[in-house]
Every structure is written in structure tokens, then in C-alpha cells.
Design a binder for this molecule. Sequence first.
Ligand SMILES: Cc1cc2nc3c(=O)[nH]c(=O)nc-3n(C[C@H](O)[C@H](O)[C@H](O)COP(=O)(O)OP(=O)(O)OC[C@H]3O[C@@H](n4cnc5c(N)ncnc54)[C@H](O)[C@@H]3O)c2cc1C
Length: 282
Amino acid sequence: MHIVVCIKQVPDSAQIRVHPVTNTIMRQGVPAIVNPYDLFALEEALRLKDQFGGRVTMLCMGPPQAEDALRKCISFGATDAILVTDRAFAGADTLATSYALAAAIRKIGQEQAVDLVFTGKQTIDGDTAQVGPGIAKRLGMNLLTYVSRIVEVDLDKRRLKVERRAEGGVQVLDTTLPSLITMLEGTNEMRFATMDDMLRAGRCPVRKWSKDDAGIEDVAKIGLKGSPTIVSKVFGAKPRNERADMQVVEDSSVNDVCLNLLQKIFTTHPTLEEETVERLSA
Ligand SMILES: Cc1cc2nc3c(=O)[nH]c(=O)nc-3n(C[C@H](O)[C@H](O)[C@H](O)COP(=O)(O)OP(=O)(O)OC[C@H]3O[C@@H](n4cnc5c(N)ncnc54)[C@H](O)[C@@H]3O)c2cc1C
């Protein structure tokens, strides 16, 4: 089984600060980490490798220092890693990023056919959740988003069954390989790196692919040129004026207090009552 796991190196958002005057993100001195959501995808891929054998290839598009993120993933047990890195990719939005990653996966597939591609649900810096679906569309792969559990993989029949979290419940989806899965957070627990894998991660060559190595056919579709998204303004959220109401009540009057609070909320947000009734009766 050949699985490609896409990971992004992101600034550790727990340590990010916003400039008080310009409202831009201050990245200086902020450590870079593997996007935490991507580790759930990696763990799931490693479990499939444990079960079926084969290889897990890590893929990242980013600056040269993103190699550290890939080595981290090798230390957990991934087989090898490719860093797609080229000045031509700078300024890429999600459209250009998914174009570049899809081209690289096509190229990887020429070495050994790819059965599954994993991405995280989303990143903690861009937060769009668009890159996975963008890759699947470009590669013509079945797309399974927000997957919470892989129920079954049948390599002989080339079939795959997963559970995906949907609004109001869990969907069970049955489809064919190759597919792309965006893995939900909290679905598994990342394993500890073994000493062997940690040593291998230090030695293992991380392949660096330029735009030509990655098989980019149309340079107008990568980097800033291929990015129609324009960030026109960045601003910090205004703190709310309202304060939380703390009410201490006797058990017997909880119902009355709830009713009063609901009435208060519905008065402040006039359309909410109608919408709530509509939803409840649907
Ligand atoms: C005009 C513009 C210019 C930009 N310029 C830059 C820039 O110069 N440098 C920069 O770093 N960002 C830049 N960005 C941000 C960049 O577009 C996004 O970070 C990137 O497209 C991924 O989107 P996302 O973070 O929302 O990922 P999501 O769609 O939320 O990610 C979903 C999943 O896709 C995978 N994934 C996402 N990105 C990558 C990646 N690069 N490699 C491998 N897998 C990935 C991961 O598995 C991730 O969990 C720019 C954005 C815009 C709009």
C-alpha cells in the first residue's frame, strides 16, 4: 500500500502575537511545528502501513526549513519525505498550493502508484480546509472529508469504508481507491517515536523538488501568479461589550431562570427565535 501524507509546517499559534499597531502576525522568534491536525492524518496512515505493509511518503510544500517538519514525521515512522521547494511557489494561495501538491503527487505516483492521500482537516494558520479538496479534485480522486474513523480497507477489491462526522450525525461512506482523506482531529493518539526511527530521521535524505522536479506544467498556476486570492485587510477581532451573566439559582427555579434567559436572548437577537423553532421542527 502506498500512502502520501501532506503536511504543512506552521508557526506555533500558541506563541503567535499580533502587532498592536499594524495588526499583522509577528512571526519572528516563533517556533515552527508540524500543523497539529496533520499528525492525526500521519498516525492513521502509519496504522494502515502497520496493517498492510507498504510505504508512507510525506509531502510538504514550503521553504527549505520545512525539512525539519518532514524529519519529525520520519521519526514517527514515515518511510520517506519530499519537500517541494522553489522560489516560484512563494505567495501561493490555496488554489496554487493544491495545484503544486497535486502535480507532485502525480509525479510520486509515477514511481509507485498511490492508493491513498491524507491531509489534515485544516491548518492552524491558514484555516481554510481547502487544500485537501483542491488536490482531490485535480487528481480525480474520491474525496472523504472530516473522516473520524477508517472502518475497513480491502486492497483486493480496491474498496474503502470510513466514518465521517457530518452535521447532526456520523455518515458511513463506502468508496473505491484511490481516495483522498482529510482526517479529523482527536481521532487517534500519535505514537511515540522509536529510537531506531529517530536515528533514521537524522540520516534519511529528504528529497527536494523544484517546480520542474515536481512536474509543474503551467507556471502561471503556481506562486503569486497563480493565486487569485487577495488579502485586502487583516484586523484583530474587537472585544465584545457584553459580559457573561453569572446567576446563582435554587434548583427549583432553574426552569424559570432558563426561560427568562432565553427570552432575553430572543429579544436581543430577534430572528433567532424563528430560526430555532424552524430548526427544531425540521
Ligand atoms: C495571496 C496569498 C499569498 C500567500 N502567500 C503565502 C506565502 O508566501 N507563504 C506561505 O507560507 N503562505 C502563504 N499564503 C498562505 C497559503 O495560501 C496557505 O497557507 C496555503 O495555501 C494552505 O492553505 P491553508 O493554510 O488554509 O491550508 P488548509 O487548506 O487549511 O490545509 C488542509 C491540509 O492541506 C495540507 N496542506 C496545506 N498546505 C500544505 C502545504 N504547503 N504542503 C503540504 N500540505 C499542505 C495539510 O495536510 C493541511 O492540514 C498566502 C495566502 C494568500 C491568500
